[in-house]
Design a protein. Structure first.
Length: 638
């Protein structure tokens, strides 16, 4: 879900509230004499008559002593302000609504106003406003936890989940939505239990791949919780895509008909047009038209859906190109949004805690000074003694604060390096696992038993690499102190190289040829750690894929290039590396091209691993057709 889709989703949520109000008899449990006025205000949020209608609703609510209706009138002001785009009016309306909600005790409108404020900033589509949206929602969630407000926690978790999904972080979004479901299932708060869980389960379903069993499971849960006709429409929309990917054409048309027969609102009808146009073109065999619609729409989720639909109908090349394009967009979004967002929020929270500690210490010092002044009035001797005592106490406190601040700075730097390192290292084997697992899920006639066995071995190899990385985290203290130990075994060189190439095969651009030459037989072995060697080669290959648009990537294994050593090399025909940067590129966080994805950690990691294996990595400055990286390992063969 990108930002445009989340904006549509917010509009649909507002429409759901209106439809519920029409479909039920005063569901807000306010005075019946006020309910008709409430409906008129809701229907005229975007009209010039809103102010007069809402003032009338508020005046009547006060006269009748209906505090809930009075609070709702303040909440409607936030909805109006959000639609105008005026930041000053929005902040004023939210402040007044939150204050009124705390006064009347109807806190659901406090968190609904926070929801509107977060959405207001999100829909402005700038990085600064996006960070504001995250911070506002996080603050709302923390307040709900502090007040033990189940509705507030549930509402804020759902919003945080949608913000993560909009940043292409589906896994984090899924985790937050499951937390929201758990809160709903473990509380009996009437305000929360009156809410429909259909939308939550649909949002949870969309964090899974189109056509997956998990997606279908949550869609079944969603329809079982539907309370309004709008819930049914949203379920029909998602089920139509599920059936299309499953090649269930009857099911697809059944749910499409349900969606269009009920979606009288242009919000709903426009939301589904692109997906249905793409699906109809695909089912009619016009895949070029389907792809053109997806490109024109510029929606990553729609591209993602078309990739799975194309794969289901054996259009593997189109599916591969769509997944390749989406994979690059996903990595850029994660690096530019997810990691920076995580660091900024955590750093801000840490700074707030340190600031509170400093204020508390300062208050204690002020009390100490007052005590000293009081003692001065009693006796001079007591003054001198007390002054000396508190002076030493102050120096000790300052020393402790300096030490605490230094620890906080070191911890923050370590945390930042850790997150960046893991983002770089985990993504490659994880993508390989996902890719080959999807291949294993293809019909039996498309994949032979031998191929399935081969794909399973690749999944297992990359799972072991992930396990190794997790072990690295647990042994981080040993790495820092130099006590980190790498286990070695006699390992087949050709198998190591081929496994590394398979892991990055999906990243190779369409116009680039990846091939391997070797000077050794398949039974040639060296004493080393095979997974660490794979990790070095994967980093070399990943960099080659990023910087090579056309030409070739040549992987070579040589016994003759360096005496008494085996040389692994990766040469590409890409942009190359200046000779004067041959050493600088192996430093941490160095990136010669800031427009290419990556954190600048890969080559530094390669150098560290090669040294621990007893070898050496280097840039071959004599190679001029692109870039050539080598890993030279002394031979200790059987």
């Amino acid at each position: 879900m990108n930002r445009r889709v989340l904006s549509i989703y917010t509009s649909i949520c507002l429409l759901v509230c209106c439809l519920q109000a029409v479909a039920q008899n005063n569901p807000y449990a306010i005075d019946d004499r006020l309910y008709d006025k409430f409906q008129k205000v809701s229907a005229n949020v975007n009209s010039d008559s809103f102010r007069q209608l809402n003032d009338d609703l508020r005046t009547s609510a006060i006269e009748l002593g209906d505090r809930k209706a009075e609070t709702i009138s303040y909440y409607l002001e936030t909805t109006k302000a959000r639609s105008t785009g005026d930041e000053a009016n929005m902040l004023k309306a939210v402040d007044e609504c939150c204050a009124k909600a705390e006064e009347t005790g109807y806190m659901q409108y406090y968190y609904s106003a926070v929801y509107n404020l977060s959405s207001f900033y999100f829909n402005r589509h700038t990085d600064i406003d996006y960070r504001k949206s995250i911070e506002i929602t996080q603050a709302g969630y923390e307040k709900a936890k502090e007040d033990d407000d189940a509705f507030g926690q549930w509402n804020m978790l759902k919003l945080l989940a949608n913000l993560n999904v909009a940043a292409l972080d589906r896994l984090s979004g899924r985790k937050l939505l499951k937390q929201a479901v758990k809160i709903y299932e473990t509380t009996d708060a009437p305000v929360l239990q009156s809410q429909s869980m259909c939308t939550t389960y649909i949002d949870l379903a969309k964090t899974y791949n189109p056509g997956s069993d998990s997606l279908k499971m949550y869609l079944d849960l969603a329809i079982s919780k539907a309370r309004t006709f709008t819930d049914t429409l949203r379920h029909a929309y998602q089920m139509s895509m599920y059936c299309a990917v499953k090649k269930d054409n009857d099911g697809y048309r059944h749910f499409k008909d349900i969606y269009y027969s009920g979606s009288r609102s242009s919000v709903f009808r426009n939301y589904g047009t692109a997906v249905f146009d793409i699906t109809e073109a695909a089912l009619n065999g016009n895949w070029d038209k389907a792809n053109e619609i997806a490109i024109k729409n510029k929606d990553l989720d729609i591209n993602y859906y078309l990739a799975f639909l194309a794969d289901a109908y054996n259009r593997h090349e189109l599916s591969k190109n769509l997944m390749y394009s989406r994979g690059n967009d996903l990595e850029r979004a994660i690096e530019s949004a997810s990691l920076s967002r995580m660091n900024q929020i955590e750093a801000a929270m840490g700074s707030d805690r340190l600031k509170d500690e400093l204020i508390e210490k300062s208050q204690k010092l002020n009390k100490a000074y007052l005590a000293i002044l009081a003692l001065v009035l009693l006796v001079l001797i007591i003054l001198v003694a007390a002054f000396t005592y508190y002076r030493h106490r102050k120096e000790a406190m300052i020393a402790k604060l300096k030490e605490a601040n230094a620890r906080a700075v070191r911890a923050d730097a370590a945390k930042t390096a850790f997150v960046q390192n893991m983002s770089h290292e985990v993504r490659t084997p994880l993508n390989a696992i996902v890719g080959f697992s999807q291949l294993l899920g293809l019909p039996a006639e498309m994949v032979s038993d031998k191929e399935r066995e081969e794909y399973s071995s690749y999944v297992l190899d990359n799972s072991n690499i992930l396990t190794m990385l997790i072990d690295d985290i647990l042994n981080a203290s040993d790495i820092e102190t130099g006590n980190y130990r790498i286990d070695k075994s006699m390992s087949p060189c050709n198998d190591i190289v081929r496994s590394a190439m398979k892991t990055v095969e999906y990243r190779v651009p369409p116009e680039v040829r990846l091939y391997y030459t070797t000077e050794v037989d398949d039974d040639y072995r060296v004493l080393t750690n095979p997974r660490r060697v794979q990790q070095i080669l994967i980093n070399f290959l990943t960099n080659a894929c990023k910087h090579t648009e056309k030409g070739s990537i040549h992987v070579n294994l040589s016994l003759t290039e360096n005496p008494d050593a085996i040389t692994f090399s990766v040469a590409d025909t890409g942009t190359g590396v200046p000779a004067d940067q041959a050493e600088n590129i192996f430093e941490r966080f160095v990136k010669l091209d800031t427009f290419v994805q990556g954190t600048g950690l890969g080559l530094n990691i390669c150098r560290t691993l090669s040294e621990k294996l007893g070898g050496k990595v280097a840039l071959d400055t004599s190679y001029t057709d692109g870039a050539r990286f080598t890993f030279v390992l002394p031979t200790e063969q059987m």
